[in-house]
Design a protein around this ligand. Structure first.
Ligand SMILES: Nc1ncnc2c1ncn2[C@@H]1O[C@H](COP(=O)(O)OP(=O)(O)OP(=O)(O)O)[C@@H](O)[C@H]1O
Length: 272
């Protein structure tokens, strides 16, 4: 199904092109400019991590790539097509998103949650939808017996896995991750990062991720884009970003965190 939609798009060219983006919110007392002339290109197969200060507009950017929010100016293209021109089906066949808190529907079972985007399409028989959802559950390391569980019966790591299965149900080539390991204990976090690494490789996914967690950042990123002063000031390999002179980068990567960053760079010199 996703293949049918994707067959109409070019086989070459970047996965995501963000051009001259402006994001403005009109608050009761002022006009808040979040992005100003922000541009970024994500090539196919990359894991592009976005870092920036609190309120720098990382989540807003993910929502714009997903088509949930329209920028005030500029454009986001996915596989050559403006996001604003994609139908809901076209967008979900191209992009899956893992929201920060998993965002499962609490009244649905795990299986119903994972199957939800396919059910919404109303084009496949229930049996096929269920089979597709079971395949995705297995892919993210959940057991068949987890399918009938309610979200309240799951651990934090299992919720993330179920939400990831749902994000992948339409086989999108692009996966967006908002703080994928936030709130997980170190073991669950390591397990989830390992899962993301193997899915990125096995499914030939392109990933755009927002994370504050240095281990997640260095274990997964092929490039890191830094948002400061309302735009992307640098988008480069981790080693080059650390060496880039800018007060935000020095704050983010130096000091105690910086020491960990250097250790991680030694452990993962060629991230992915
Ligand atoms: N719909 C909205 N209406 C008004 N302001 C908004 C809206 N969405 C986001 N903002 C504001 O835009 C700014 C950027 O928000 P965003 O959530 O993208 O930041 P962030 O970089 O992800 O921050 P954090 O690291 O703290 O999660 C924030 O100041 C936020 O309050």
């Amino acid at each position: 199904m996703a293949g049918r939609v994707l067959s109409t798009i070019p086989e070459n060219g970047p996965m995501v092109e963000i051009r001259h983006l402006s994001s403005i919110f009109n608050l009761p007392d002022r006009r808040m400019v979040v992005h100003k002339d922000l541009s970024l290109t994500v090539e196919r197969g990359e894991v592009m991590s976005i870092v920036g200060g609190s309120g720098s507009g990382k989540t807003v950017l993910l929502r714009q790539i997903l088509g949930l929010e329209r920028p005030a100016a500029g454009e986001v293209r996915i596989l050559g097509q403006p996001v604003a021109s994609l139908s809901r089906h076209g967008a979900s066949a191209r992009v899956g998103m893992l929201f920060q808190h998993g965002a499962l529907f609490s009244a649905f079972t795990v299986l119903e949650n994972v199957a939800f985007p396919l059910r919404e399409l109303k084009t496949l028989p229930p049996r096929l939808i269920e089979e597709a959802a079971m395949v995705k559950l297995q892919m993210v390391g959940l057991k068949p017996t987890d399918a009938k569980k309610m979200p309240s019966e799951l651990s934090g790591g299992m919720i993330k896995r179920a939400a990831l299965a749902r994000a992948l149900i339409m086989d999108p080539p692009l996966l967006l991750l908002d703080e994928p390991t936030a709130g997980l204990d170190p073991d669950s976090s390591d397990g989830f990062v390992r899962l993301l690494r193997s899915l990125h490789h096995d499914l030939a996914l392109t990933v755009v991720m927002v994370t504050h967690d240095l281990d997640t950042l260095f274990e997964l990123s092929t490039r890191i884009a830094v948002i400061a002063e309302q735009r992307v000031i640098v988008a480069a390999r981790p080693r080059e970003v650390i060496a880039y002179r800018h007060p935000f980068i020095e704050d983010f990567f130096l000091g105690e965190r910086g020491q960990r960053a250097m250790e991680l760079l030694r452990e993962y010199p060629f991230a992915i």
